[in-house]
Design a protein around this ligand. Sequence first.
Ligand code: A2P
Length: 307
Amino acid sequence: MSFGCIIDATTSSKIPSEAIAEMSLTAQNHRILLNDGNNIPIIGLGTYSAPKITAKDACYDAMKVAIDVGYRHFDGAWIYGNEGEIGKAIQEKIADGTVKREDIYYCGKLWNTFHPPEMVRPSLEKSLKLLNFDYIDLYIIELPLAFKPGDVIYPRDENGKYLYHLTDLCATWEVECHPYFTQLKLREFCDSHGIVIVGFSPLGTCRDSLWVNTKIPPLLDDALLNSVAAKYKKTSAQVALRFQLQRNTVIIPKSFNPERIKQNFEIFDFSLTNEEIKLISALNRNERYVQLLMWKDHPEYPFNDEY
Ligand code: A2P
């Protein structure tokens, strides 16, 4: 999961909403241009895994596999508790000559308890120190839901009620994107303004019932995705990812499993037809997996808005 919002408001590519086969993208060269001249690799590795159930070094190991496979974009956050492992893996891959720092695109995130402006820079500096970087490529607001500022990361009162905080959210966006939640209206808006979307949970999440609406069936079991996958000798995950790639949407599938890390990157050697894109688009249910219902009483809870 990346709770993180992600619209990078700095992008280019005027692309119509559906069915754009970006055929020129390859495993070696898959950066897409942003409207400020920067660029972003269209596939990144998601790195959220519930800290309590994740083995130490699982993220570090996954990072090294991913860099060897060819991933250059990593979606992380201070709250995931593994920026140290991410930094260590990247530094080692720089030291052994596999990559240079400028080959890597790292996105970090400001946690809910650090929204007051004076806390932003120190929070970023904490991440830089853990990563052992002198810059990161993108820093976004993790969630448009501010909590009581301070060092308690999930602050609650004596009755267990979350302690919220009011904040200015005008620049904050939240985007989940996959075949069951295609975000057509948001995409049309972004396309018309030259904004590239980064869609989190492109595989339909890990289905942790704490924060996921598990009433929606698992995306990767979908019959259409599986039948298209069979046609191309791919998996439903690869079809879901390729669908987004052809819509010029950046995807950040999370996996710490070497086979699946590799599988999720093998999406540059086939192409969906426009008809298949249309059929997959029609799977849209306008329902989010990530609903964060435990915070639905927050005055800025974003998911009742249309987008
Ligand atoms: P794992 O880390 O064991 O591979 P999302 O990116 O939509 O949040 O989905 C992440 C979830 O999907 C994780 O539980 C991850 O588990 C699993 N996953 C990642 N890649 C694949 C794949 N190719 N096929 C099936 N499940 C996958």
